[in-house]
Design a protein around this ligand. Structure first.
Ligand code: DX5
Ligand code: ZN
Length: 220
């Protein structure tokens, strides 16, 4: 299981300290939520914070673009060190073109689905994708409650990936906890984003370790 702590829940008064905590932890990626106040009802942060992450983070940057019009920013985020760029299905009229642009820029390409968007809509693009992000809350804010329907979507997505012989990873984003993490792994998830669960913990590093160990125990 890949663990991707969400920087959105970090303490921006000491961002370097929180980045360092993730560097030292068993986390695999940094999840970077970029919000434009148009696609989602919130504005997070942009290029200057991404630049700081590029300088301080020692693990891949997993960039989740919650932008109404992501295309003009793909090249810039790649230059700022994004390993994965994930765009929303709901925001891209020419999704195939956007996916090609992400790959041409040199990043891995992901597509995110909002809770109401069915998995089968990815049928004709899944073979091209490196990652599918299932939103398990409505995007825009950290610390929300997990939507239970996500388990079924995850199982269905795994079937679609197998059927189309895709290599896409399944990432779950929103409301992930120590309690639902093993169930998500059973449903076929490859990567878990964790914001509130990690950063509101008295010991974030231990919580990251527990997320890893829980899933390992479930596998055995
Ligand atoms: C929500 C973001 C998530 C968020 C997850 O729009 O995409 O990545 O940071 O935070 P938690 O884990 O607290 O739900
Ligand atoms: Zn996210």
């Amino acid at each position: 299981m890949i663990i991707s702590p969400s920087v959105l829940s970090a303490n921006f008064l000491h961002l370097e300290k929180d980045i360092e905590m993730i560097n030292q932890s068993q986390a695999d990626w940094f999840h970077v939520d970029i919000m434009d106040g148009v696609f989602v009802p919130n504005i997070s942060f942009g290029m200057p914070v991404m630049k700081a992450l590029q300088m301080a983070a020692t693990k891949p940057l997993d960039v989740h673009l919650m932008l109404a019009n992501p295309d003009p920013y793909i090249s810039e985020f790649t230059k700022l060190g994004a390993s994965y760029i994930t765009v929303h299905y709901e925001a891209c009229t020419h999704l195939h073109r956007t996916i090609q642009a992400i790959k041409q820029a040199g990043a891995k390409a992901g597509v995110a689905l909002n809770p109401h968007t069915p998995v089968h809509l990815l049928s004709d693009i899944i073979a091209e994708l490196d990652l599918v992000l299932l939103m398990s809350v409505n995007p825009g804010f950290g610390g929300q409650k997990f939507i239970e329907n996500t388990y079924d979507k995850c199982v269905e997505l795994k079937q679609l990936i197998r059927h189309k012989q895709s290599n896409a990873l399944i990432e779950i984003d929103g409301g992930v906890t120590l309690a639902n993490a093993p169930l998500l792994q059973n449903a076929g998830a490859d990567a878990l984003v964790a914001g509130n669960t990690v950063f509101s913990s008295p010991s974030p590093r231990e919580t990251i370790q527990q997320l890893k160990n829980l899933t390992v125990m479930k596998k055995a």
